[in-house]
Design a protein around this ligand. Sequence first.
Ligand code: EPU
Length: 419
Amino acid sequence: MDRLIVRGNGALDGEVRISGAKNATLPVLAATLLADSPVRVGNVPHLHDVTTTIELLGRMGVEVTLGDRMAVEVDPGTINSFSAPYDLVKTMRASILVLGPLLARHGEAEVSLPGGCAIGSRPVDLHIEGLRAMGAEIEVDNGYIIARAGRLKGARIVLDTVTVTGTENLMMAACLADGETIIENAAREPEVVDLANFLVAMGARIRGAGTDTLRIQGVPSLHGVEYDVLPDRIETGTYLVAGAITRGHVVIRNSCPQTLDAVLQKLREAGAKLRVEDNLIELDMRGRRPQAVDVRTAPYPGFPTDMQAQFMAMNLVAEGVSTIAETVFENRFMHVQEMQRMGAHIRVEGNVAVVTGVDHLNGAPVMATDLRASASLVLAGLVAEGETTVDRIYHIDRGYECIEEKLGQLGASIRRVPG
Ligand code: EPU
């Protein structure tokens, strides 16, 4: 298993270019299944989760070709199986995103239940209930969701909890349903909006994307299109924290600053000087220690749970005491014990972590437990004295394209050791 070796190397300084958003690419690739002609998706990041999605489409008989400039061409017309097997779903929960499109376009789907994961139990009951409300017959047998339907029917669906992939699955299914579907308490994440834009480009009729009420008027078919996915806001936020935690200076290119309001606000609170332009963010923290900032995660436009661990890393070495409340997932503090091994002062009470900033951290061997937790350990390593070895970095490769190259461009001392 590959490891990353990070050495504290002072302030970062330089530029980094942001890749396409993982959490927009995965639903967009799943949504290509709805089309009746080939689709070209651009700005696709080179990530394990994207490779897994391509493999999943390939196993269904769908022809996928890698084009130039990070593009992927999908011909959904060659599909010959409607199943997402356990061996793929267990490595990537987002495989559940093929459920809605398969059912809406082909009237059948067999998708393995994802099961628990490192950050919580993460059920998919709302995906299933929503599709049932649209007329699907669904049973769970042998760990598989087995779904059948004639043409789905428009329905009014009120989501109990704000769910990102749940909203996406139901929105995709509703595009080909008969009549209007209204999804209330819908997720407002930029990735949901990007998926809606993609579906509309294919001929779907969707109103309200980015609000908590989606109205989808079903159409008989969707056509192929060329579409570029939006930049990754979590990758952007992670490099901004890398600049702030090291008291450095970073220029982020090809990002979408308006998707990062809550994160930029917290960085300002921590003392960062920010300059924001169309698709550029410059952060200057030179000569200043970050101030501790309180964080409470919430669905968009609140502070993203996918940035919680990275902000905890910054608070470890900040001036003052901070509280970090995780309200989206019940078990997303797996990085705490690893950080404590580096000399961090953290006390966890339920879903709140209280962090007291320390003068310095010490490098240590640590283990990545999930994607964002791993990123936070690399960030902590950037300011630790001595060497930090981050093990199990396959988690990082699921969601950060070339992290060691990008951090290296900023002046970090980081290298990958194949194992
Ligand atoms: N939930 C239910 N029932 C459901 C669905 C969700 O109770 O049927 C609960 C979950 O257990 C959780 C909450 O609702 O407590 C929110 O979960 P959500 O469904 O929104 O999460 P997700 O769609 O599985 C996506 C991202 C995650 C990100 C969350 C929250 C993708 C592929 N994944 O997951 O990304 O943390 O939204 O913003 O879009 C990551 O990239 O590292 C990552 C974990």
